[in-house]
Design a protein around this ligand. Structure first.
Ligand SMILES: NC(=O)c1ccc[n+]([C@@H]2O[C@H](COP(=O)([O-])OP(=O)(O)OC[C@H]3O[C@@H](n4cnc5c(N)ncnc54)[C@H](O)[C@@H]3O)[C@@H](O)[C@H]2O)c1
Length: 249
């Protein structure tokens, strides 16, 4: 399937996990993928791999929590490819903390990256997406939909991303821009392999974040992301779709 021929897609968090799998999938389907991450080395390596397989991709390193860097990133994509058809916003960090011990500085850092960063990126790309009738796919989480033990700040950011994405969807629908969330759960990535649980974490509650069939690789989310970003998703906006192996079913 070549759903993204002549389409330009900006992917954040492309160096690892779901963002990386999405970038590879979009390139396989013919897209020109602007692969971004804070990890320059890993995103360079991804782009080389895509190029070696005949795909089209460009690497760009930036910090999504920094407004100047976000604006420069989006401008670099436009300078390079001339337009933007879709944005896949997967950059994020996970934090498990006992809420009564969660430092304000840590709370702020997670908010800055996961929520404010997603806002900054959406703000910067919207004018370009109006021009192409494009789409945004943001990373929410099952943590946006149900209680995550020791996950107060992470859940707050993902609930915020979900609500913000719905608002963007209704605000820009008549201008031709779609905005959706994916809500992954139990996907095996650098984020979830080796989670640093707080010392008093109650592992009896781990079932709340475990799928019924065991963890899956990020490609299972990449397929949904590609559908949402393609013409196949043309009538889908303001939606949140779980890819969690039945965790919340
Ligand atoms: N893996 C899961 O089970 C799961 C579940 C629910 C939600 N999610 C969400 O999906 C998205 C992707 O998660 P993943 O599991 O692939 O994680 P990951 O850690 O494998 O990838 C996240 C990427 O974001 C990048 N990043 C972090 N801070 C950044 C910053 N300040 N600026 C730019 N890039 C930055 C990292 O370098 C990394 O490459 C995240 O938003 C995550 O919260 C994942």
């Amino acid at each position: 399937m070549q759903r993204f021929t002549d389409k330009v897609i900006l992917v954040t968090g492309a160096a690892s996990g779901i963002g990386r799998a999405a970038a590879e999938r979009l390139a396989i389907e013919g897209g020109s993928v602007f692969c971004t991450d804070i990890n320059q080395l890993a995103v360079d390596e991804l782009v080389k791999g895509i190029g070696d397989k005949g795909g089209i991709a460009t690497a760009y390193a930036f910090d999504i929590s920094n407004e100047e860097q976000v604006n420069a990133c989006v401008q670099a994509c436009i300078d390079h490819y001339g337009k933007l058809d879709a944005v896949v916003n997967m950059a994020g960090i996970l934090s498990f903390d006992s809420t009564h011990e969660l430092a304000l500085s840590k709370w702020q850092r997670v908010i800055d990256i996961n929520l404010t960063g997603t806002f900054l990126l959406c703000k910067a790309v919207l004018p370009h997406l109006i021009a192409t009738q494009g789409s945004i796919t943001n990373a929410a989480s099952t943590a946006a939909l149900s209680g995550l033990p020791s996950g107060a700040v992470y859940s707050a950011t993902k609930g915020g991303v979900l609500a913000m994405t719905r608002s963007i969807a209704v605000e820009y629908a008549k201008r031709g821009v779609r905005a959706n969330c994916v809500c992954p759960g139990d996907i095996s990535t650098n984020m979830t392999d080796g989670i640093d649980f707080p010392k008093d974490f109650d592992f009896d509650l781990i079932g709340r974040i475990s799928s019924l069939t065991g963890p899956r690789s990020p490609e299972v989310v990449a397929g949904l992301i590609a559908m949402l970003a393609s013409e196949d998703g043309i009538h889908i906006t303001g939606e949140d779709i779980r890819v969690d192996g039945g965790t919340l079913s």
